[in-house]
Structure formats: structure tokens, C-alpha cells
Design a protein around this ligand. Sequence first.
Ligand code: FE
Length: 341
Amino acid sequence: MRLATFFRPLALVLAGLAATALSPVLVAAEQVVVYSARNEQLIKPLFDAYEQETGVKVRFLTDKEGPLMARLKAEGANTPADLLLTVDAGNLWQAAESGLLKPFVSSTLEDSIPAHLRDPDNHWVGLSVRARTLVYNTDKVDPKELSTYAALAEPEWKNRLCLRTSNKVYNQSLVAMLIAEKGEPEAERIVRGWVANLATSPFSDDTAALQAVAAGQCDVTIVNTYYLGRLLRDNPDLPLQIFWPNQDVEDSGVHVNISGAGITRHAKNPDGALKLLEWLASATAQDSFAGENLEYPARAGVPLAPLVESWGEFRQSPLNVAFAGAHQAAAVRLMDRAGYR
Ligand code: FE
């Protein structure tokens, strides 16, 4: 855990000053405190830019979403955190469900971020889009063979599919959205078909699944595009290509998820947190927020990183990503029943 060292010193200084006059310097410096499951490399340049632009100090603590949410719960009303920044609508939905977030109203966010990437109850908002799509081995698959996520359950893909483990929230969200779109029985039929078609047991991460496809261990997999981007950045000659599924008019579009943020229930500076959120949704911030990790900006009309742009345009599923949370428990049970490990 990267425990920022500022909390304790600041608290001590403030305690020391409480009996005397407050230092004008301390009073003047507004700050926003962020708990972030997104790494320092991504967020620090953004927060530095925000501080330069506004004079508002952004303090942050990075960790995985589980420990951060546990920390928020344990700290309760005493938390120093104003904003929770994390990946996956499933996680944000859980945070809201656990009472860790406070709803906000912002016409700026409503204007800049499409509705399907925002919590209908306004507890969180998407800041980048992560497309979970098909990647195939160009030596082994004719893209004409590919069409939808569901089609990978058909017998012609027997022993040709690789998947990441069902423990990962990305796949839980994918199946949850499948339930939202098609209903549970049909979603289960599809997942059972995937399991029957696996060439090998599920992988611990998307990169390993991609490497298995590149090595010819299987022909196709389902991954978030930025993992392909990272892999190709280092190995541009790998025989891997993206396919955008579910693009016919009657189909649902590509499964997307978000990274996003919400204001904590006990935020000391909720107005400051909202201003930072609005800034993160601005065109300038969106450029680096999405581009740094080869994701897609949540805001429309922001330029894409060149590699990301080279993958071409696709239609996203218009279903609200909140379904990833609402059907998460059902998705986990379904995958268990279907033998997806
Ligand atoms: Fe990831």
C-alpha cells in the first residue's frame, strides 16, 4: 500500500494550532483528498495539472479497490477522503450499495458524459471507457468467422477459446451485462458454451490470455483492449487483431465498462470533489486520463491515442453500465453453475 504520509503530519499541525490562531497558509490552501485504485503514474500528472490550474491541492492514496473500500468503511465519518476513484462499474456500484458514496448533481457532468456511463442514481460517473472485445490470432482465424460474444459458444469454436478467470470483476461485469441484455437462461446457455469451447483452463489475467492466442494455444479470447495495446507496444509483430463483436443493427454493441469516481458519503470537501470530477471530465483532462492507459475517453469528441484510433470505430452497448453491479451476484452464481472457473 502506498500510504501517503500527509495525513498524520497535517492532523498534528492542525491539533497543535487548534488552541491558537489558525495559520493563514493552512486556511488558504483548499484541498481534495482522493482514494484511488488507479495508479499514481496515471493520476499524479493530472492532479498536478489541476493544482497548477486552480491552486487546489489534490492529496491521494493509491491501493486496490477492495482495501480502499474497506478503509472507507472502517474510517466512517472520520475519513479524510473526498473522492473514490476506481475501475469497473461493478466496483462503483458496490461502493454506492455499501453506502460509501453521496449522490451529486452536476449539469456539467450530464452534458459531458453519456448517460449509459453514469449511475442513474448519481452516485458515480464514468471517466474512461474500457471495451471488452474479441482478439483473434490472424494466422488461425478469418475475421468472417467472428460475429458476436454469443457465437463463441457455438460448436465450431470447440477447443479454440481462451478466457480469463471468472474471479475477475471484468468477466463478472461482462456476464452481468449479458444477463441484462438477454436474460439469465440465455446468458447461462452462452457461458456454458464458452466453457465447453475452452482450449485450456482460464488465465489469471488478460495478458496471459492474449499471449496464449499469440502462441497458437487457442484462436480467440475476450479482453480489454488496453492489454492488447500494451502487448503490441512491446511486440508489434504479434499475430493479434481486434474484432468488434455485436455490430449488426439487431445486436447490442460492444460490451464496455468504465473507470470512474464518486464523492464519498463523509467528504469534508464535497464541492471541491465535484469540481475535480467535472475537471476530470473536461476535454483536456480526458485526453490524458484515457490516453495514458490506452483507454477510450468517456467524453465524446476527444482525440484517441494513435494506436487506439488504429483499431477503428465501434458501436458501444447502450445499456447502462450500472447493470454490471445490479446483476453481479447473479453473474457470479451463473458462472459457478456453468463450471467457469
Ligand atoms: Fe485492467
